[in-house]
Ligand binder design. Structure first.
Ligand SMILES: Cc1cc2nc3c(=O)[nH]c(=O)nc-3n(C[C@H](O)[C@H](O)[C@H](O)COP(=O)(O)OP(=O)(O)OC[C@H]3O[C@@H](n4cnc5c(N)ncnc54)[C@H](O)[C@@H]3O)c2cc1C
Ligand code: FES
Ligand code: FES
Length: 474
C-alpha cells in the first residue's frame, strides 16, 4: 500500500481516543503547534519551546509499545506521531464527564494558581499513574523534574501526586500497533520513516544531506526554536533492528533508536552508577524519546553518555552501503563535532562490555542543578583492581576538551599502584596534563580542572564507602 519514494501520504494516529489523520501538515511541524493551531487544542501550553519547562507535556503510546509516556510536544515532529496514540489534557476529562484522578487531586490540594503549568503537570502525572512503577517520593520527584511552576510552589503539586498516583490503576494500556507509512511528502518536504536497517541505509545513501531524526530532543530544537524545515528528514525510530536491546552475560548492545527509558533497566542491572547518570539526563519527557544513539550522533563535547561508554570500552556498530563496520567509541570522535561516521553510514547500535569481578565503574556529573541540567564536567572511571593494585584504568571526561576524551596521564599514574586515597589524589593532580578546558557560561577552565581533579578523591572515597560530601582541596 505504501512505497518509499514520493507518495503523498497522511500521518495516521489516534488523538484522545479517536482516529486522526494529519492531512497536508508539514511532517516537521511541532506537535505543539499542530495541536494548538490545527486542532484548536489550546490546553497544551508553550513555555520555553526547548524541552525545559514541561508546559507542553502530552502523553504518548509510541507505535509498537504499550506504555503511556510523557513527552514534550514542543520537540516532537508531527511525523513522529504516525501509528501512535496521543493524549492531551482535553482527552482526560471528556471521556466520562468527570475530572481524571490527577486533575481532581490537583483541585483538592490547591495545586494550581495561574494554571499555566497545570496541564503539563497533569499529563506528567497521568503518565506516572499509568506506569508500572511502585510510586515512591523519589519517583514522584523524578516524574515532575521536567515540569516548572513559577507561582504555586511544588508542595501542593507533590501532595496531589501522592494522592493520585499511589493508587493502582486498573487495566492495561493497549499496544499502539497501527500500520505506519514509510514516506510522507507535503509541500515539497519529504519525511521518511523506514522500518528496516536496509531501507534506512538506502535512504541515507540517496539523501546524504538529510538529517537523521531519532527522538528529536536535540534535532527537534531546529524545528521548534530554529523554525527550520529541512527539505528531507529521515526518522529512525521505526527501524526494528535499531529499537532492539540485546542483554548477554558479557555485554549489552543497545540499538541506536532505543530510548533512555527502554535502556535504563538494563543499564541499572549492569552499571548502577551509569543508571544514576541516565536518570539525570534531561527529564522523563526527554528520556522517553531521547536515545543514546542520538547522544553519540550529536557528538557534543558535553554529552553525558559518551565519557561513560568510552570508559566502559564500548564499540559502535555502524551500517553503510558496504555492510556493517565496527569502531571503538574512543576513536569515533575526531574533533569538535567531527566524527568518523561517513556520509552514507548510520549508527546502528552500541555494544558495551560488562564488568568482570575485578572491575569497578563510577561516573560523576557536575552541573549547576541536579535535574534538567547540562554537565559542566562529567568524569567516568573504570578501574580493574586486583589485590588492592590498579591493573587497568580507563578514565574519560566530558566538558574538558573539544571531544569526550580519555585522561591518559591520569591513567598511567594509577596503573601498577596500590589503590589508596593518596594514589587517587596524585593521579587527579595530572588532569592539567591531559586537558586544557575552555571558559564558557557553564564553568571556567580553572573550575573544570579543579573539579575534575577532585573527582579522583571522590572516586576513592565512594568505592571505600566513605562520605563523599566533604569538601576536598588539593
Ligand atoms: C531539555 C533538554 C535537556 C537535555 N539534557 C541532557 C542531558 O542532561 N545530558 C545530555 O547528554 N543531553 C541532554 N540533552 C540533549 C539530548 O536529549 C540528548 O543528546 C539525546 O541523547 C539526543 O537523543 P535523540 O534521540 O533525541 O537525538 P536526535 O535529536 O534525534 O538526534 C541528535 C543528533 O544525532 C543524530 N543521529 C540520530 N540518530 C543517529 C544515528 N542512528 N546515526 C547517526 N546519527 C544519528 C541526528 O542526526 C542529530 O544530529 C537535553 C536536551 C534537552 C532538550
Ligand atoms: S514548551 Fe517548555 S518544554 Fe515544551
Ligand atoms: S500555577 Fe502558575 S506557573 Fe504553575
Amino acid at each position: 500500500m505504501y512505497d518509499l519514494l514520493g507518495n503523498i501520504l497522511t500521518i495516521n494516529f489516534r488523538l484522545n481516543g479517536e482516529p486522526c489523520e494529519a492531512v497536508a501538515v508539514a511532517p516537521t511541524k511541532t506537535v505543539l503547534e499542530y495541536l494548538r493551531d490545527d486542532q484548536g487544542l489550546k490546553g497544551t501550553k508553550e513555555g520555553c519551546a526547548e524541552g525545559d519547562c514541561g508546559a507542553c507535556s502530552v502523553v504518548l503510546v509510541r507505535n509498537g509499545t504499550d506504555q503511556r509516556v510523557a513527552v514534550n510536544s514542543c520537540l516532537l515532529a508531527v511525523g513522529q506521531l504516525d501509528g501512535a496514540e496521543l493524549t492531551t489534557v482535553e482527552g482526560l476529562s471528556e471521556r466520562n464527564g468527570e475530572l481524571e484522578s490527577v486533575q481532581q487531586a490537583i483541585v483538592n490540594e490547591d495545586g494550581t494558581q495561574c494554571g499555566f503549568c497545570t496541564p503539563g503537570f497533569v499529563m506528567a502525572l497521568h503518565a506516572l499513574r499509568h506506569s508500572e512503577e511502585t510510586v515512591s517520593e523519589e519517583i514522584i520527584h523524578d516524574a515532575l523534574a521536567g515540569n516548572l511552576c513559577r507561582c504555586t510552589g511544588y508542595r501542593s503539586i507533590v501532595d496531589a501526586a501522592r494522592a493520585a498516583c499511589t493508587v493502582a490503576v486498573q487495566g492495561t494500556t493497549p499496544r499502539a500497533d497501527h500500520e505506519t507509512s514509510e514516506a510522507h511528502e507535503v509541500g515539497g518536504q519529504k519525511f521518511f520513516a523506514p522500518k528496516t536497517l536496509a531501507q534506512l541505509v538506502a535512504l541515507r545513501a540517496a539523501y546524504p544531506d538529510a538529517p537523521l531524526l531519532s527522538g528529536g530532543t536535540d534535532l527537534g530544537l531546529s524545528f521548534s526554536k530554529g523554525r527550520e524545515h529541512f527539505p528531507t528528514t529521515i526518522f529512525t525510530q521505526n527501524v526494528v533492528e535499531m529499537r532492539h536491546i540485546e542483554d548477554r552475560p558479557d555485554s549489552l548492545t543497545i540499538g541506536a533508536a532505543a530510548t533512555y527509558t527502554e535502556s535504563l533497566p538494563f543499564i541499572e542491572a549492569a552499571w548502577p552508577s551509569f543508571a544514576t547518570l541516565v536518570r539525570r539526563i534531561g527529564s522523563r519527557q526527554i528520556r522517553n524519546v531521547g536515545t543514546i544513539g542520538g547522544n553519540i550522533g550529536n557528538a557534543s563535547p558535553i554529552g553525558d553518555t559518551p565519557p561513560c561508554l568510552i570508559a566502559l570500552d564500548a564499540t559502535l556498530q555502524l551500517q553503510g552501503p558496504n555492510g556493517p563496520r565496527e569502531i571503538v567509541l574512543e576513536d569515533y570522535f575526531l574533533d569538535y563535532r567531527k566524527t568518523d561516521l561517513a556520509a552514507d553510514e548510520v549508527i546502528a547500535a552500541v555494544q558495551v562490555p560488562k564488568l568482570d569481578e575485578s572491575q569497578v565503574f563510577r561516573t560523576y556529573k557536575i552541573s549547576k542543578r541536579y535535574d534538567q541540567d547540562i554537565s559542566a564536567v562529567i568524569g567516568a572511571f573504570r578501574l580493574t583492581i586486583e589485590n588492592d593494585v590498579v591493573r587497568e584504568a580507563r578514565i574519560a571526561f566530558g566538558g574538558m576538551a573539544a571531544t569526550p576524551k580519555r585522561a591518559a596521564a591520569c591513567e598511567v599514574a594509577l596503573i601498577g599502584k596500590t589503590w589508596t586515597e593518596e594514589t587517587a589524589r596524585k593521579a587527579g593532580t595530572l588532569i592539567a596534563e591531559d586537558f586544557a578546558p575552555i571558559d564558557d557560561h557553564r564553568a571556567s577552565a580553572a573550575y573544570r580542572v579543579r573539579v575534575a581533579s577532585n573527582l579522583f578523591v571522590r572516586l576513592f572515597r565512594d568505592l571505600a564507602g566513605q562520605d563523599v560530601t566533604e569538601v576536598v582541596t588539593l
